[in-house]
Design a binder for this molecule. Structure first.
Ligand code: GTP
Ligand code: MG
Length: 196
């Protein structure tokens, strides 16, 4: 798969209709500011494909990026962002939850976590939703450039150990959008999920 071909296709929010549910999709989920949009940009080799921000809550809709005419990467709004109104938070949460619970096109979910703050309560909740639907999951510990090598390995090991208690097979990797560490691994995971 040539991820560099990705193009913005469409967005939808609580107020609009989702696009047709009959293709192949992989969604990027994670806490606000974890680095979802940045990792999508690194994956596709495009600096400005998905909008990123140092302020949490940047992505407020569900954005679709087409790789070809039937494969889409989906950027979800972040969860767990405290500084928005309760009603807005519920709107995003409902949008995301509805999508993850019902979307037939989903082949897998990439769960992005800041390697310095992995497996927070909301992440566990996300893992449980996906598990209920038997959706394959891939955990990406991003911003690895912020830590030293032994701390990186320590965190990887402990996250692997924690998720191995949850029954489905969940893979875990280290990543950095800054240095592109782990890019081949992420590409290969998503390519496998997106096989026709
Ligand atoms: P929301 O859309 O608000 O949920 O955030 P997001 O998860 O899409 O995060 P985004 O990609 O916008 O990144 C948030 C901040 O983290 C930005 O300031 C990025 O530059 C920074 N960031 C993302 N990935 C990395 C990384 O691998 N390394 C470093 N050092 N910074 C990163
Ligand atoms: Mg984002």
């Amino acid at each position: 798969l040539n991820f560099n071909k990705a193009k913005f296709t469409t967005a939808f929010s609580a107020k609009s209709k989702p696009p047709e549910d009959r293709f192949i999709e992989v969604a990027f989920a994670g806490r606000s500011n974890a680095g979802k949009s940045s990792s999508l940009n690194t994956l596709t080799g495009q600096k400005k494909l998905a909008r990123t921000s140092s302020k949490p809550g940047r992505t407020q809709q569900i954005n679709f990026f087409g790789i070809d005419d039937k494969r889409f990467l989906v950027d979800l709004p972040g969860y767990g962002y405290a500084a928005v109104s309760k009603s807005l938070k519920q709107e995003w949460q409902g949008l995301m939850e509805g999508f993850l619970r019902s979307r037939q096109s989903l082949r897998g979910v990439v769960i992005i976590m800041d390697i310095r703050h992995p497996l927070k309560e909301n992440d566990i909740q996300m893992i449980e939703w996906c598990d209920e639907r038997a959706l394959p999951m891939h955990l990406v510990l991003t911003k690895a450039d912020k830590l030293k090598k032994n701390k990186i390995n320590q965190t990887l090991f402990s996250v692997q150990k924690s998720v191995s208690d949850i029954k489905t097979d969940i893979s875990v990797q280290v990543f950095s959008s800054e240095t592109r560490l782990g890019l081949p691994e992420l590409k290969s995971k998503i390519s496998n999920w997106m096989k026709a």
